[in-house]
Design a protein around this ligand. Sequence first.
Ligand code: NAI
Ligand code: MG
Length: 329
Amino acid sequence: MKRVVLIEGDGIGHEVVPAAVRVLEATGVPFQFVEAEAGWDCFQRHGTALPDDTLALVRESDAALFGAVSSPLHRVEGYRSPIVALRRALDLYANLRPVFSMPVSGSRAGIDLLIVRENSEGLYSGRERREGDTVIAERVITRRASARITRVACEQAMHRRRHLTIVHKANVLRESDGLFREAAYQVAGEYADLTVAEMLVDTAALHLVTDPERFDVLVTTNLFGDILSDEAAGLVGGLGLAPSANVGDVQGVFEPVHGSAPDIAGRGIANPIATILAASLMLEHLREAAAAERVRVAAIETLRQGPRTPDLGGDAGTEDVTRAIVAKL
Ligand code: NAI
Ligand code: MG
């Protein structure tokens, strides 16, 4: 029995996580689901966006499925993004974003790539300081984190087309990205059957748009990975379809790339497919590869045949799409 923590969060998190749970239940894999709170509503009620209970539950479980949370754009005393805090507390150092062509009109054909983003340091080190009207943000790059993220990327690549692109900006960030590049090449060099290339991040942004078919696995630092993976999601049908995995050496937290979508929350029209594909990544992590594949195929077949939610030009609701996917399983 796998124990999975469900963190709906805010907004459409309350709609897409229950949808994914119904799909998980339809796989026949035995799960014990436990619900836990996090996010902005939680912060307003309890004064913390990530209660200790929630963190403890995730620690004791096999995995967590995370919906989305709302975050204030300005500084709010005591508020910290719960997903960033979870990544840090559980050392979920790898963010995996698979991007593949989808059978919808907004998707380009021929794309099957994976962005492996370093999730624990870089410009998201949390070290910012203010000196009058100047703010200094520290971009932390370590050999250890650069090496372990590259190892994840190489392992993934060995199960795919065995091609790795190391993405950096070492021509300008000579010290920090110089170290990332050096550590990445060192680890990648241990894989005899792997083809390794490197690319500056701005060039990678360009090639993602002009010829994304060339990429298999990309490995990069935190901020570059954040930006490139949203860009890549835009090539294959947008946020309603993009899943992501945050994994460490033990735990994993799986989530859609999108946020809480306050503009459509509560209307029953959120696209559940990003979260359902995140649930498929979770199944893979839980060594339920066959069930993971069945969920992915059922979701993609449903995209092909409909029903579709309004973000994909359809007029169906979350419930209709979920029911169609469950029926296929
Ligand atoms: P968003 O991803 O919530 O929404 C952007 C646009 O995409 C909106 O028009 C929304 O309706 C649409 N959209 C997103 N997911 C959809 C889905 N499943 N089905 C149909 N349409 C969908 O990003 P936004 O508006 O910039 O942020 C809203 C809130 O979410 C903010 O408070 C932000 O901080 C938070 N956020 C949270 C994230 C997370 O929990 N990991 C990630 C990104 C944003
Ligand atoms: Mg992002």
